[in-house]
Design a binder for this molecule. Structure first.
Ligand code: ZN
Length: 132
């Protein structure tokens, strides 16, 4: 296998050059207003489209996080960094959030919380909220 070429600090892919990709926001799943030059990846792979590259929110989510906590519904029993999402997506003001959820410090710090479907429905959060 040929080695990549180092140019301007990017190790170029022999097949895909700077290997550009538009990153997806971890929180809302929309494309961010930025481009990633992935360069040479292992096995000289093409940079994945529609992929999440980091946990930095997009501009839109960043604004919403200043206003409140983003809640995302997930399947019961799911946890970790990438739980199975079920479509619920709302923003609660911080004081509302704290009133409903105990032990909310972590989520308040992260400005985001994954809520299991059963809890989501028990609390009576709406499923479809027209945002953006
Ligand atoms: Zn976002």
């Amino acid at each position: 296998m040929k080695k990549g070429v180092m140019t301007m600090g990017i190790l170029l892919s022999t097949k895909h050059g700077v290997n550009p990709a538009i990153p997806i926001c971890y929180f809302c799943g929309n494309e961010k207003n930025e481009i990633i030059l992935a360069g040479r990846l292992s096995n000289d792979a093409e940079a994945p489209k529609n992929a999440v590259w980091d946990f930095a929110p997009c501009d839109e989510c960043k604004k919403l996080m200043e206003q409140g906590i983003i809640l995302i519904s997930v399947k019961d029993g799911q946890s970790g960094d990438n739980p199975y999402r079920t479509g619920g997506w709302i923003v609660l003001k911080e004081d509302q959030f704290k009133r409903i959820f105990k032990n909310s410090d972590e989520a308040v710090k992260k400005r985001c919380a994954f809520i299991e479907d059963s809890a989501w429905d028990t609390i009576g959060l709406p499923r479809m909220v027209p945002v953006r």
